[in-house]
Design a protein around this ligand. Sequence first.
Ligand code: ATP
Length: 196
Amino acid sequence: MSKIIGLTGGIGSGKTTVANMFLKLGVPIYIADVEAKKLMSRSKIIKRKLIKLFGEDAYLNDNLNKPFIAKKIFNSKELLEKMNAIVHPKVAAHFKQWVAKQTAPYVIKEAAILFENSSYLQCDAVVLVVANEEDRIQRVVKRDNASKQQVKSIIDNQWSDEKKIKLTQFVIHNNTLLNTRNQVERIHKKILATIC
Ligand code: ATP
């Protein structure tokens, strides 16, 4: 059975960028957010529950209406929590099936929410990606065409890095891509030597 390494970090810290670096080293990667969105479009049970929660506009021609849902949950923590309660158990079950099929010494599960919902307890170790706040804001503004204030308010609603670091075995400082790649290579070797 492959070991499970959680990969997390705040918005714009570089989780997906780092996940892709591990992928290049041959580590199977499960991106929880991407799989959740796929399940939200595919699963009839999820679809029924989300329409009950958000209304018929949650889907457009059978496809998940991402901008509509994003707007709804941005304005309501309660709706976000209710949506997570519908989607997360399905993602957890799907992840379990996926891991069972892997043969690599370890796999990576990338998830923005890992400590907040205690799912880090199902991981053998956690890699946390951190970056300075100004860089994170600039990167997300550029990537998503978001406003600085929007990104800042998401950061302020997430757990701080200080709080996450206390529960983390490996920290990656995502400053330059070259530097980050070197850290990924070092941690990959360490995980193989100490966890697997
Ligand atoms: P989110 O939480 O929003 O899903 P994330 O933590 O997965 O974000 P990425 O999508 O990997 O972060 O990175 C955010 C943006 O910053 C992307 O456009 C990415 O290409 C860019 N980026 C990531 N790391 C660096 C870096 N070291 N230097 C420059 N740009 C970077």
